[in-house]
Design a protein around this ligand. Structure first.
Ligand code: BGC
Length: 766
């Protein structure tokens, strides 16, 4: 592996002082993109065309596959590299770009990609957290700000948004997505693409929607595992967010590791050509995931030459790290396994991306040291991170209004995540520096004021399981082992708690217990922390649990033991400030879950848009009924449903009023509710509208989210929220995979979550 710094030194030695001349700038002006690329491609050898399809990483980032690339400099000079990732910073990127545009025969600039997943150097809440804001403008802004920071640092391509729908919280990568719902997921996908790409100014990145497709449906929640589902299920529940990204103009698509209908995504012509290009009209380029062409050999599809040819034929344009294209496509062309046209098409798409990014006009467009100094880790970005943090948290319980905390008295702040920095950025924050993160203890002290005494005790290790700790520590120490024994830690914490008026326990997963290759079969709080919480609860003091995790956890016991439960995910750099803002009521929580919280692992998958079955349970809260679809030992209902989240105030919903009770396909119906803030605090509420098609040729789920609106209500205020229901909201995927509607009865539900709703009905006529 070549480290980033070594890579930079090599560049310094290799790069000549020849600079990219002004004559070469602005050369794309005449003739437009197609003419420019025709002209360029006419000069390219076969090897140079194949070279554009090669994406390498010299190391220095997070290598998620078995290999990192070798001889990168020589390959750039030879014109065998189309782009790099894992190289960051204006200087290093400038050096690499300089090598490409002065050292290679045709001087074609490189793409510079990175996993800009939730913020860049300034880390924001993990995507699952941000999705709980249900605020698509805010999410768009977060992508725009991340793009501004990353481009200031030299990058031009983000491997984001990750839009894989997931119903299985055992899968660690739920942390990177927007949860279980295709409608919300689609809205967020489009917002992120808009935020990253804007109008392709020098503060915008090219986005890359991933992982196409169905990666979130890995069997058993085990990462990289097989997926298999009907086309109707794909079209209805899993594909919409990718399509929304394409419709929003996403510049690139990343294939997934899994197979679809028995063919790995990276070699699947139905997926990459018929669906993506022909049906959806995608015009950008397709890149594989890390070595996913090579991995097709392990899937059982063939040797490297076979699978590389398969990938190109299927519609892949760029090969991430594996060099299957680089090393085999020439022979495959001779052998007739691929055509010159297929190589040309792929090369053209990669060059078009570079053209759209303005790299032919100015390859150093994104290399501006002054901008980097002004933008990277700027004060404005910290403010944004704190704002996103408060809006991603979800208040799951608040008995006796124990929250917000009073700014007086003594607070015992306890737990392995209470005074911790290393876990705050969350998974997939490859460019973030955990040392900049604000621990909760610091944030609380800054915000509490002089009348509060905050006393701290660690109370437990994140886990005492040394094997789990080792696995969570692959990217640096997230789980440390305290010199005190677990019993001593608990005794100390209980002594601290006994001196306080209220306990705030900050518990949860280590950040790398979710994310890539971080599946768990048991998604409970680690045993060490459960024991601590039980001991804290036994003190009888009011107990607030601040929970951090990258996935829904099974927390029935924790829910019973505590008075208040605030789920904060991983908040990023400003964690301590945003969590303190929430606890002290500087911000009134407004987040709503985007994934259901199961009661136990056996309920998984548990999701709100389930099918009724032929033997539905008649009363969802009743005990198990014989010969009904249910369990003997647990209810069908999740602990906390999709869309759920409390506020420090209360919201009251009126019955639904419809402006008519039947509509024709060309008409629409207005559904209104009055929402009143009946509590003491101003607050925000996400008003959600769900629809059920009662009878249909393809059975429909009990509810589908079709609209939502986030409203701000002052204490005592009432607002009427009106939704227009049109024919598009009544469509579903028919057996022929078209979007169709069928006349008949529909139910409408409006409420503050997917379960507690008001209900009305109407008829769709012909
Ligand atoms: C992940 C992608 C990521 C890529 C590059 C892969 O292992 O699945 O999400 O973009 O690595 O870092």
């Amino acid at each position: 592996m070549i480290s980033n710094s070594k890579f930079a030194v090599l560049f310094l030695l290799l790069v000549t002082t020849v600079s990219y001349s002004d004559a070469q700038k602005n050369k794309t002006v005449q003739g437009g993109m197609t003419a420019y690329i025709n002209n360029l491609m006419a000069k390219m050898t076969l090897e140079e065309k194949i070279g554009q399809l090669n994406l390498l990483t010299p190391g220095g980032g997070v290598a998620t596959g078995a290999v990192v690339s070798k001889d990168v400099e020589a390959k750039i000079r030879a014109g065998s590299v189309g782009g790099l990732f894992g190289v960051t910073g204006v200087e290093k990127i400038r050096q690499a770009q300089q090598l490409a545009v002065t050292g290679s025969r045709l001087k074609i600039p490189l793409l510079f990609g990175s996993d800009v997943i939730h913020g860049y150097k300034t880390t924001f809440p993990i995507p699952l957290g941000l999705s709980c804001s249900w605020d698509t403008l805010l999410i768009e802004e977060s992508a725009r700000i991340a793009a501004a920071e990353a481009t200031a640092d030299g990058l031009n391509w983000a491997f984001s948004p990750m839009v894989d729908i997931a119903r299985d919280p055992r899968w660690g990568r739920v942390a990177e997505g927007s949860g279980e719902d295709p409608y919300l997921g689609s809205r967020i996908a489009a917002s992120m693409v808009r935020g990253y790409q804007g109008n392709f100014s020098s503060s915008n990145l090219m986005a890359c929607v991933k992982h196409f497709a169905l990666y979130g449906a890995a069997e058993g929640g085990r990462d990289y595992n097989t997926t298999d589902m009907s086309r109707v299920k794909m079209y209805e529940y899993y594909l919409p967010p990718y399509k929304a990204a394409v419709d929003a103009g996403v510049g690139s698509v990343m294939t997934s590791f899994n197979e679809i209908d028995g063919i790995p995504a990276s070699g699947n012509p139905w997926l990459l050509t018929d669906l993506l290009r022909k049906q959806w009209g995608f015009k950008g380029f397709v890149v594989t995931d890390y070595t996913s062409i090579n991995e097709m050999t392990d899937h059982g599809s063939g040797d490297l030459q076979t699978v590389s040819a398969m990938a190109l034929r299927a519609g892949v344009d760029m090969d991430m790290v594996g060099e299957g294209f680089l090393t085999t496509l020439k022979q495959s062309l001779k052998a007739g396994l691929v055509t010159q046209q297929q190589i040309d098409n792929a090369c053209r798409r990669v060059l078009e991306a570079k053209y759209k990014l303005g790299l032919f006009d100015d390859p150093f467009r994104f290399c501006n040291a002054e901008r980097a100094a002004a933008e990277v880790l700027s004060a404005e970005k910290k403010v944004a991170a704190r704002n996103y943090g408060v809006r991603s948290a979800v208040l799951l319980k608040n008995a006796n209004q124990v929250l917000p905390l009073k700014k007086s008295g003594t607070i015992a702040l306890i737990g392995p995540l209470a005074n911790n920095q290393s876990n705050m950025p969350g998974t997939w924050s490859v460019s973030g520096d955990a040392k900049l993160a604000i621990p909760v203890l610091q944030g609380m002290k800054e915000i509490a004021g002089n009348n509060v005494n905050i006393i701290y005790s660690k109370g437990a290790n994140i886990t005492d399981d040394s094997l789990l700790a080792r696995k969570a520590n692959v990217f640096g120490e997230k789980v440390d082992r305290d010199p005190l024994s677990p019993d001593q830690l608990i005794a100390q914490a209980v002594a601290t708690a006994n001196k306080a008026d209220v306990i705030v326990a900050v518990l949860g997963e280590a950040s790398e217990m979710s994310g890539e290759s971080a599946s768990r079969s048991d998604i409970s709080l680690p045993a060490s922390q459960q024991k601590l919480l039980t001991a804290l609860s036994a003190t009888g003091k009011p107990l607030v649990l601040v929970l951090m995790s990258g996935r829904p956890l099974t927390i029935e016991k924790e829910n019973r033991l505590t008075d208040a439960l605030l789920h904060v995910w991983f908040q990023g750099q400003e964690a301590g400030h945003s969590i303190a803002d929430l606890l002290f009521g500087n911000y009134n929580p407004s987040g709503k879950l985007t994934m259901s919280f199961p009661r136990n692992v056996g309920q998984i998958p548990v999701y709100y848009n389930y099918k009724n079955t032929g033997r539905p349970q008649q009363d969802l809260n009743a005990e198990a009924q014989k010969f009904r679809s249910n369990y003997l030992d647990v209810s069908n209902e999740p602990l906390f449903p999709f869309g759920y989240g409390l506020s420090y105030t209360n919201f009251n919903y009126s019955e639904i009023s419809l402006d008519k009770t039947s509509m024709k396909p060309a008409e629409s119906i207005k559904a209104s509710v009055s929402v009143s803030n009946t509590g003491k605090y101003d607050g925000e509420e996400v008003v959600q509208l769900y629809i059920r098609d009662v009878y249909a040729s393809v059975t429909q789920p009990v509810k589908k989210l079709k609209a939502f609106r986030k409203v701000t209500l002052k204490a005592g205020e009432t607002k009427t929220v009106t939704f227009d229901i049109s024919i598009n909201d009544l469509k579903f995927t028919g057996s022929d995979l078209r979007q169709i509607y069928e006349p008949g009865a529909f139910r409408v539900f409006i409420g503050g979550n997917s379960k507690d709703v008001k209900e009305a009905g109407f008829i769709l006529t012909k």
